[in-house]
Design a protein around this ligand. Sequence first.
Ligand code: ZN
Length: 169
Amino acid sequence: MLAKLKTRACPHCKQVGRLIRHGFSRGYDQKHRREKTVRAWRVFCNNRLRTAGCGRTFSVWIADKIKRLFLTADNLWAFLQQAILTGNKIQAFRELQSGLSDSAPYRIWKRFHHAQSAIRTALRPLCEPPEISSQQPAALTLAHLEAAFSRHPLGPIAAFQVTLQTFFV
Ligand SMILES: [Zn+2]
C-alpha cells in the first residue's frame, strides 16, 4: 500500500505519482473504546512545488488485521509476548477474550512458528537481531521485531505488515 503510493492514482483527480503520506488518522477500537488507535494513514495529493496534484487528502486503511485469524495485530502481539513470558499459550490466549476456541492458540502458534525464519529474514535489512538472554527462537524473533519498529507509531506486527507490505504470518 504505502510503498506503492507513488504508483497509485489519486481517487479524486486520478493522477498517478502525486500521493504522499501525511500523518495518521485515529479511530476507536471496538473493544477498547477509551483508547484511540491508529487506523489509517492520511494521504495527501501533492499540489506543492511544481507537482500538479489536486491537494485533497484521504485515508488509506492500515494492515492491522491478521489474515484468516480474526485477530488484530495488537492482539496477536499481546498473545505472543504473554505466551513466551509465561509458557502458557491457552491462558495467554484467554486473556485476549477473543471468543475463539481453545484450539486457536495452538493453530496460531503453529503459524507463527512456521513463519519465524521468514520474519527474521525480512527484518534483517532493517536491523540486526538484538542480544538477549533467552535462547528461545520465538523470544528472539519478538525482540528483533521490537528493535526494528521501536519508533514506529503502529505496534510491531502492524508496522511489519505496513512497512514490508507482506503478511506477518
Ligand atoms: Zn488528486
